[in-house]
Design a protein around this ligand. Structure first.
Ligand code: ZN
Length: 132
């Protein structure tokens, strides 16, 4: 059971909370016990799970990533988006979340974020749910 979600990002770098979109698909699947895998098929974007209660957390992560890997720098890659590739490599492009009693086992403060590092663009996210 695979679902594709398409999103349009609005900035060069931003985190978009996709928790409710994933939750909707988990409910729709009627899987009570299993796992949900999320995969981003892009080389300049990624996924992270982190606090979604205080929005300053995602800004701190984005700002610190930008300081670690500035968009403009001494890179070999000639498409002018080397920093975005590196940030994607740092955060990764997939996550697995367990499902129990029909609910994702996320922590109280955890949300799932799509990470744009080379926007704005049209992006896809694949969600696979397995279980019974
Ligand atoms: Zn590139």
């Amino acid at each position: 059971m695979i679902k594709k979600i398409s999103i349009t990002t609005r900035s060069r770098a931003e985190f978009i909370d996709i928790t409710s979109k994933v939750q909707d698909f988990v409910k729709e699947s009627k899987i009570r016990s299993g796992a949900c895998q999320i995969f981003v098929p892009h080389t300049t974007a990624g996924l992270t799970i982190n606090e979604n209660a205080d929005p300053s957390v995602k800004h701190d992560i984005l700002n610190r990533l930008e300081r670690l890997v500035p968009f403009d720098g001494d890179y070999s890659h000639t498409e002018d988006n080397a920093a975005a590739h590196i940030k994607s490599a740092i955060v990764g492009t997939d996550k697995t979340i367990f499902i129990e009693d029909g609910e994702m086992k996320l922590g109280t403060w955890q949300g799932i974020f799509f990470c744009e590092f080379d926007g704005p663009r049209q992006r896809n996210i694949f969600i696979h749910i397995a279980g019974k």
